[in-house]
Design a protein. Structure first.
Lengths: 618, 170
């Protein structure tokens, strides 16, 4: 069947007919089928629901939709029933029949699948009343729960491609750039460069042809919002790119996506095909004369390719090494032609800004940071997941109100933002607002949106070592300060963690950091010292304890701790014996066990397996 | 980078897979004989054959007129590529920040002890290749272990052995 829409008004008519055929009366049931929920068995839940849906012939009563990520990954698989917004959590395939018969047919809410407030034990029925969702502002991410990412009609029916419609029918390219500039949108990939300015420079640059690129090489460990957007709402990114291409004057687009994200690649590929079929991509889009083709390139697993010049080198089929940027990529980028690169979240913001207006967008957020930002709230936190908040909200509100605080009654120690380029912020900075400039002043950065929470059991020297080792492995090796500087830093930090630290080491770390900041070629090296500098600044005493007393205050660093068994508490259950990979624990059943320190590799298996707290760490 | 530039076959490995040049041609053709598609071509070969056999790389070099050194430069730069045959099952342990703070490194060192192989290596019986990866984006489930793209979330040291058992003889 030919679905091609040839005119702008044709798209409008198509949306209207889609909307009227899906009148608001019919209920829908959305199962989150993002990667997180799939790992918890969401596919089986969908299958079970669909089977019973068929058996009971519920076609006219409710439709079942497998959607992208809803964000509350901690409690997956999630099921949401609209229009009431009844939210069920940790759903298993066995629950399918009860959901359809009790809730859908009889209107009865199932108690044991509801969210329970950990402190008051009160059950909460509706999604928007759950604290995790209540304090969010889901502008970009909100549509994820409403649409099946594999169906372009779903996106069009909720108002998708309306921004494109508006742009093609009534706004000149310069006008589009003006709107983006007035909105105050800054790049969501880390640097926070004003998007409108970038577009304008690219439009004005001369060249044979121009390119738009979507950077989906989300390499920051602990960040996965771009993946969830691509998986859950790929058309919003495509629409953003078409609008960008129109404004800039590009006819070719690329999405550079991590190979580790198979579902995102699949959904994006399907979305591009469907958009082509509808005439929203390809030649003469909606009869406007605009041409754009979008291609997908899968990354090769190199973190440095998230850097714009390295990414473009990789697109050209070469080794992903950055180059010096005295000539900007907006003037000479891919194949030496003017190229505009934005990340996934930035592109996904564009259609919303066009549709709702620059003034509306600029009314959200702070003076220097407009709109919202999606964070992946992970680590030692009760409500792990993706949260979208208005810029300017405090870290405390995100961690304690949305995130529900630290599990197990442990004490908050630090929050890490900005990935390997960011820093660790301590408790006394929790009231800091989320804002590009304020985070940078504090020695961290917004980054792409990873927010990793740490408790008293995490060692900050080890955290610095972790990031330095990560970057040491990922440094491409082209420039000396980054390649050698990270090697030296890793050696020093390793020494400190192993109890061999020297008194002059801290000064040496600071010197090395400054040299790298002054002389590295690309953003990777320039920001690599941030994790070290921020932990030195806020957790200096932990370094001192490692060096002077040879102790790890968090009892984490392997070389500085030892394991033993408390004979008073050991019941002889044998759980530790089973997990020990080196047979360092011996003892008869129901008698006190002994741990041989000589053999022990300090893997912590026994500590985690013991239900009686009989394994001691000193 | 993680790949070692070694063309010698490791002891204990079976004969390398026969390289079917038709398959390689097919892959190159799919990418339209474009030298800019080199990474995509190598990804497809890696996916089909589980590693990049030297013969295949020679074929790519001749077909696209790219010097073999350039191909090796790319093949050793990106983590996704391996110049040695991999095990029947790929076992990845996530060391992203979220998994790290929840003990991902301990899971890896436990597996290294258990399988008697370092991260990046393949067990002698070719059943597993153990890899560490930097964030799989399943942070809510950390620590995460992945076997052949199947995710095992909130993994505990005492849960590992029963899981591996299911894969060992397959």
């Amino acid at each position: 069947m030919n679905h091609r829409v040839k005119t702008i008004s044709g798209l409008r008519r198509m949306r209207q007919s889609l909307q009227s055929s899906r009148d608001g009366g019919r209920r829908s049931l959305a199962v989150c089928a993002g990667t997180g929920c799939q790992a918890c068995g969401a596919r089986d839940v969908v299958e079970a629901l669909k089977k019973i849906h068929r058996d009971l012939d519920l076609e006219s009563k409710i439709e079942i939709r497998a959607t992208g990520c809803h964000g509350f990954c901690e409690r997956g698989p999630l099921v949401v029933i609209r229009p009431e917004m009844i939210c069920y959590m940790n759903v298993k395939p066995e629950d399918a029949s009860e959901i359809l018969t009790a809730t859908v047919l009889q209107g009865r809410v199932i108690d044991h699948l509801l969210y329970e407030d950990p402190s008051t034990k009160e059950k909460i029925v509706h999604e928007h009343d759950i604290p995790f969702y209540k304090f969010q502002r889901r502008v970009v991410f909100g549509s994820n729960g409403k649409i099946d990412p594999k169906e372009i009609d779903d996106y069009i029916a909720i108002g998708g491609y309306q921004g494109l419609e508006k742009v093609l029918s009534s706004i000149k390219p310069e006008g589009v750039i003006d709107i983006i500039k007035r909105s105050g949108l800054r790049g969501r990939g880390g640097g926070g460069f004003p998007a409108g300015l970038k577009w304008e420079t690219c439009r004005k640059a001369g060249g044979r042809e121009k390119f738009v690129i979507c950077n989906a090489d989300e390499g920051d460990p602990g960040a996965y919002m771009d993946r969830s957007l691509l998986e859950g709402n790929p058309h919003s990114v495509i629409e953003g790119m078409i609008i960008g291409a129109y404004a800039i004057g590009a006819e070719e687009g690329y999405v550079y996506v991590r190979n580790e994200y198979p579902l995102a690649v699949e959904n994006l590929r399907l979305a591009i095909e469907q958009a082509k079929e509808y005439g929203l991509l390809g030649q003469n889009i909606l009869g406007s004369g605009l041409n754009l083709n979008i291609r997908i390139n899968r990354g090769g697993g190199a973190f440095v390719c998230g850097e714009s010049t390295a990414l473009m080198a990789s697109l050209e089929g070469r080794v992903g090494e950055p180059r010096a940027k005295y000539i900007h990529t907006v003037e000479q980028g891919l194949w030496d032609q003017p190229t505009n690169l934005n990340n996934v979240e930035t592109w996904a913001n564009v259609p919303i800004i066009i549709h709702q207006g620059a003034e509306w967008f600029a009314s959200l957020g702070t003076e220097g940071s407009k709109g919202t930002k999606i964070f992946s709230l992970v680590g030692k936190i009760n409500n792990t997941g993706l949260v979208e908040v208005e810029m300017g909200i405090s870290l405390r509100k995100i961690i304690f109100e949305i995130g529900g605080g630290i599990p197990g009654g442990k004490r908050f120690k630090a929050v890490q933002t900005g990935g390997p380029s960011g820093g660790c912020l301590p408790e006394n900075l929790l009231d800091l607002p989320v804002d590009f400039d304020r985070l940078q002043e504090a020695g961290s950065m917004m980054g792409s949106g990873g927010m990793i929470v740490m408790d008293e059991d995490n060692c900050m020297v080890d955290m610095a070592r972790y990031f330095v080792r990560f970057l040491q492995e990922e440094s491409c090796g082209k420039c000396t300060p980054c390649r050698e500087g990270l090697d030296q830093m890793a050696e020093i930090l390793n020494r400190i963690c192993e109890g061999e630290g020297r008194s002059q080491d801290l000064g040496l770390l600071e010197d090395l950091s400054q040299t790298m900041i002054d002389t590295s070629l690309c953003g990777l090296g320039l920001t690599a010292p941030n994790p070290v500098l921020s932990t030195l600044r806020y957790f200096g005493e932990e370094y001192e304890t490692h060096i002077k007393e040879k102790k790890c205050p968090a009892r984490f660093c392997r070389e500085l701790i030892s394991f033993s068994i408390d004979p008073e508490k050991c019941t002889g259950c044998g759980a530790c014996v089973k997990v020990c990979p080196v047979e360092a624990i011996i003892g008869e059943k129901k008698k006190v066990h002994q741990l041989d320190e000589e053999k022990c590799v300090k893997c912590r298996g026994c500590y985690e397996a013991c239900k009686f707290d009989a394994v001691l760490i000193q | 980078m993680s790949n070692t530039f070694s063309l010698k076959r490791r002891k204990g490995f079976e004969k390398p897979m026969q390289v079917d040049t038709n398959q390689i041609c097919e892959i190159i053709e799919k990418h339209g004989y474009q030298s800019s598609a080199l990474i995509g071509i190598l990804q497809d070969i890696q996916e089909r054959m589980n590693y990049l056999p030297r013969k295949a790389l020679l074929h790519v070099s001749r077909s696209l007129d790219i010097p073999l050194t350039n191909i090796y430069e790319v093949a050793t730069f990106y983590k996704a590529f391996s110049l040695e045959p991999k095990g029947r099952h790929t076992l990845q342990v996530c060391l992203g920040t979220a998994c790290h703070v929840r003990g991902g490194a301990r899971i890896l060192s436990y597996l290294e002890n258990l399988l008697e192989v370092k991260a990046g290596g393949t067990t002698k019986d070719l059943s597993f290749t153990l890899e560490s990866v930097n964030c799989l984006g399943a942070c809510a489930l950390g620590p995460v272990m992945v076997i052949d793209r199947k995710y095992f979330g909130r993994i505990h040291i005492d849960k590992i052995e029963p899981i591996l058992k299911k894969y060992r003889d397959k």
